[in-house]
Design a protein around this ligand. Structure first.
Ligand SMILES: NC(=O)C1=CN([C@@H]2O[C@H](COP(=O)(O)OP(=O)(O)OC[C@H]3O[C@@H](n4cnc5c(N)ncnc54)[C@H](OP(=O)(O)O)[C@@H]3O)[C@@H](O)[C@H]2O)C=CC1
Ligand SMILES: Nc1nc(=O)c2c([nH]1)NC[C@@H]1CN(c3ccc(C(=O)N[C@@H](CCC(=O)O)C(=O)O)cc3)C=[N+]21
Length: 326
């Protein structure tokens, strides 16, 4: 079904071939009710404008503003775009941003040195190391150096561990899963007591998303690449959070009627009709899912903008904590 093509950015570009059943099935279902679309872009805008207000208040009251430092290693085009979007969002919210750019072939020590200087800089309240890193670098070693108090991505093992343990609180919740929960809450979706399925178990999305849903008292199942019969497990779910990076993985018949679907997947697929020759695809076969689900996030315009809003929110919280500003 899918063909991966190399992309100069290092990221795979996927060519999506037509689903043999997709068109027919969609036509059959054409007259049925469609899901509510959860507009992540406008929810994120609301949050960002509230953050901008808080930043202004902070500046007026104590003469300080939050600061975010970004470490970008290498020349991946997608990473450069994400980082540019993050720093632009900071600017708009009145948050200072600084960046350290390191070459593809840099050493762990060089990254750790950049981290250490941001750790010490009192005008920096949040630090992110844009992922993925080039293969020769050990992510674990690097995250160990990151100051726990400035880990606004929530990737430090102690923040992740505290998120996992009952009776403990992490200083920061990873931005994408936090954004998913925020979308559910702001859309009036109850999480407590619901069956949730998370597709994917990565450190940055799937794992923390499953921990967070548990904290909100959902009963959570995790589907990954070795799961047998993922469609059966997913069909049990009232809430599906999918972060596999596989376009059209979740078909309409994987969903329980009335399920709420949060599509984290963001995969560039060949699309000659688009300006850059590609468009972004989620994990969910959207045209099918809107006929079955009660609510769904689009890609783009769903989870992505929320990730950035949550990064700003974590950075603001960090600065507030530093200055004891409430
Ligand atoms: N919108 C946003 O803000 C963000 C979007 N993303 C997007 O989300 C997607 C996932 O990102 P990330 O978590 O970093 O990716 P990873 O590649 O690190 O993890 C993918 C996960 O999905 C699982 N998986 C892969 N294929 C299948 C399959 N066929 N069936 C079931 N499970 C599968 C893998 O299982 P296993 O562990 O067994 O290999 C793995 O756990 C990507 O498209 C990424 O671009 C990521 C971060 C933020
Ligand atoms: N340390 C680190 N932290 C991250 O949070 C992190 C990371 N590394 N590496 C890569 C992933 C990916 N990620 C996204 C952020 C925003 C959008 C986003 O805003 N997407 C828009 C579209 C953007 C576009 O058009 O290019 C949308 O879905 O509407 C997507 C993906 C954060 N990540």
């Amino acid at each position: 079904m899918l063909k991966c093509l190399g992309l100069s950015s290092g990221r795979k570009l996927v060519r999506v071939l037509e689903h043999p059943f997709c068109a027919k099935q969609c036509q059959m279902l054409a007259n049925e009710k469609t899901a509510r679309v959860i507009d992540g872009k406008s929810i994120a805008e609301e949050i960002r404008s509230a953050i901008a207000g808080e930043v202004r208040r902070m500046k007026e009251c104590i003469g300080k503003i939050p600061g975010l430092a970004v470490i970008l290693v290498g020349q991946r085009r997608d990473s450069q775009t994400y980082v540019r979007n993050k720093t632009r969002a900071c600017e708009e919210a009145g948050i200072k941003s600084v960046m350290a750019e390191l070459p593809d072939n840099c050493t762990e020590d060089e990254i750790c040195n950049a981290l250490s200087s941001f750790n010490k800089d009192p005008s920096v309240h949040g630090i992110i190391v844009q992922l993925p890193l080039p293969q020769h670098l050990d992510e674990g070693k690097i995250f160990n150096v990151l100051s726990l108090e400035k880990d606004v991505d929530g990737f430090h093992p102690l923040n992740m561990g505290n998120l996992a343990m009952r009776g403990r609180e992490s200083l920061f919740i990873p931005c994408t899963p936090k954004g998913c929960i925020e979308l559910l809450i702001r859309s009036g979706v109850e999480i407590m007591g619901k069956n949730a399925v998370v597709i994917g178990r990565s450190n940055i999305v799937g794992l923390p998303a499953s921990l967070l849903l548990q904290r909100h008292h959902a009963t959570v199942s995790i589907v990954h690449a070795f799961t047998k019969n993922p469609e059966r497990i997913t069909r049990e779910a009232d809430i599906v959070v999918t972060a596999a990076g596989v376009p059209n993985l979740v078909r309409g018949n994987w969903l329980k009627p009335g399920a709420v679907v949060i599509d984290v997947g963001t995969c560039p697929v060949e699309d000659p009709s688009c300006e850059h020759g590609y468009s972004l695809k989620g994990d969910v076969c959207y045209e099918e899912a809107i006929r079955v689900a009660a609510a769904i996030t689009p890609v783009p315009g769903g989870v992505g903008p929320m990730t950035i809003a949550m990064l700003l929110s974590n950075t603001l919280d960090s600065a507030k904590r530093t200055y004891n500003f409430t």
